[in-house]
Every structure is written in structure tokens, then in C-alpha cells.
Ligand binder design. Structure first.
Ligand code: CDP
Length: 237
């Protein structure tokens, strides 16, 4: 295992960034991983940071409307991402405890969307996110990567897909992991999360003006990655 935790001192403003934003279950995570692997670049899963703040809040019994305590929690989040070479996955440690599985649950995603609407939390996580920008480059996945965190990104992508298609994808993802969910429940949760992410005042989910929008409802993963790869080659030369 080796740690993959950036430090402020190694932050490089010169490293190029590609941002991949979009609503829940639009395929950002998978696409980001595959594209970053092809490019040989680093990854920022910004949603994981909001999920971690939500988990830490629950752990310390901090209510989701206690802005000051949430700000302090987000600013001092004790987290480590460790690559398990044998399993080929990243293990997430929160205050030394393995929370990898808990982090991916729908409950945690919903909690994350609540703490993510608190401006103080977003502000506290800003520098931590920017510290992931290291040579040779970064593919950043989230909601406000192109609008707020990396406005100077060399390529900005906004992925969408119909709510039904996103619920279907999420259902298959969670079913494979053995986590009990229903399509109806997922559709409702997706609609609720979309509304909260789009309507919040702090960094709402909107495409950056210079983002390229791609509807992936009818596209397979490889097709999406191939299209983005072509766009990267055109932009990066
Ligand atoms: O995988 P999924 O898209 O469902 O969730 P995620 O990317 O892990 O993000 C969880 C929640 O964190 C989202 O519903 C957003 O409310 C919030 N988030 C955010 O506000 N800004 C980001 N850059 C990333 C996530």
C-alpha cells in the first residue's frame, strides 16, 4: 500500500486540469477513473470529501445545520486515501478508521448533499481540493469543479443523463454490492438530490459557461471515454 495524499507544498498551479461535473449517477466517477488512467494523471473525487464531512458529522453528533461546527470539522478533516495495490482499490481512512464501504451508501450521499449546501463547508474544503493539482495533471470529478474550484481548467465537461437512466445505473451499481435498494426509491432520491444540488445558493450544480455538455443516456462507458479522449487530444495538443 502507498499513500496518495497531496500536501500543500507540492501543489502546482502549472499542472493542467480536466473537470468532469454533473448530477448524481451521471457516470462521472467511472469516466474520471478511466480517463485519468489513459492520461496517467491524478484524480480528485470531490464528492468523497463531502461524504467524509457528513460521516464525521454523524460520528461526532454534529447536526447538519450547525454551520460553525461543520466548518471546523471540514477544515480539520483527518482523512487518508491509501492505495491497496493487491485489491486494486483506494481505501479511505477517516480518523484512522476504514470507511470505504460506508462512504458509498445512498444514505451517505444524501447526507453529503446536505452538508454540501453549507457555504462554510465548501469554503473550508476549497484549498484541500486545489492541493490535488499536481503534475502531470488532474482529472477532477464533482459539481463545481469547472465553475469554482478550477475555473482555469484546460477542458471542462458536464455529463448528463435522464433521471431514469441514472437511477437504473445506480441500481445496478448498488445491487452488485448487495446494498438493498429499489428503483422507485432511487428515482425519488435522485430527484431530491438533483433539486438540492441545483437550487442551493453556494456553488449550485450548473455547467460552466465554457463547459462541453454531453448527454450519456444512450452512450456506453467506452463511447464516452473515447469522445472525451478525442477532446483531450484536441485541447492538449
Ligand atoms: O456519486 P454521486 O454523484 O451520487 O455523489 P458524489 O459525487 O459522491 O457527491 C455527493 C454529494 O456531494 C452530491 O450530491 C453533492 O451534493 C455534493 N457535492 C458537491 O456539492 N460538490 C462537489 N464538488 C461534489 C459533491
Amino acid at each position: 500500500m502507498h499513500a496518495t495524499n497531496p500536501t500543500k507544498s507540492s501543489h502546482s498551479a502549472a499542472a493542467p486540469v480536466i473537470t468532469i461535473d454533473g448530477p448524481t449517477a451521471s457516470g462521472k466517477g467511472t469516466i474520471t477513473r478511466l480517463l485519468a488512467r489513459r492520461l496517467g494523471w491524478h484524480i480528485l473525487d470531490s464528492g468523497a470529501l463531502y461524504r467524509l464531512v457528513a460521516l464525521a458529522a454523524r460520528k461526532h453528533s454534529i447536526p447538519f445545520d450547525d454551520d460553525d461546527s461543520l466548518r471546523t470539522l471540514a477544515a480539520h478533516l483527518d482523512v487518508e486515501f491509501v492505495v491497496d495495490e493487491d485489491a486494486g482499490e483506494v481505501v479511505t481512512l477517516l480518523e484512522g478508521e476504514d470507511v470505504t464501504q460506508e462512504l458509498r451508501t445512498e444514505t451517505c450521499g444524501n447526507d453529503a448533499s446536505k452538508v454540501a449546501s453549507v457555504p462554510a463547508v465548501r469554503e473550508a474544503l476549497l484549498e484541500r481540493q486545489r492541493a490535488f493539482r499536481q503534475p502531470p495533471g488532474l482529472v477532477a470529478d464533482g459539481r463545481d469543479m469547472g465553475t469554482v474550484v478550477f475555473p482555469d481548467a484546460v477542458l471542462k465537461i458536464f455529463l448528463t443523463a435522464s433521471a431514469e437512466e441514472r437511477a437504473r445505473r445506480r441500481y445496478n451499481q448498488l445491487k452488485d454490492k448487495g446494498l438493498g435498494v429499489t428503483m422507485r426509491g432511487l428515482l425519488d432520491e435522485i430527484a431530491e438530490r438533483d433539486a438540492r444540488d441545483r437550487e442551493r445558493s453556494a456553488s449550485p450544480l450548473v455547467p460552466a459557461e465554457d463547459a462541453i455538455q454531453l448527454d450519456t443516456s444512450e452512450l456506453g462507458i467506452d463511447e464516452v471515454v473515447d469522445r472525451l479522449w478525442s477532446l483531450c487530444q484536441a485541447r492538449l495538443g
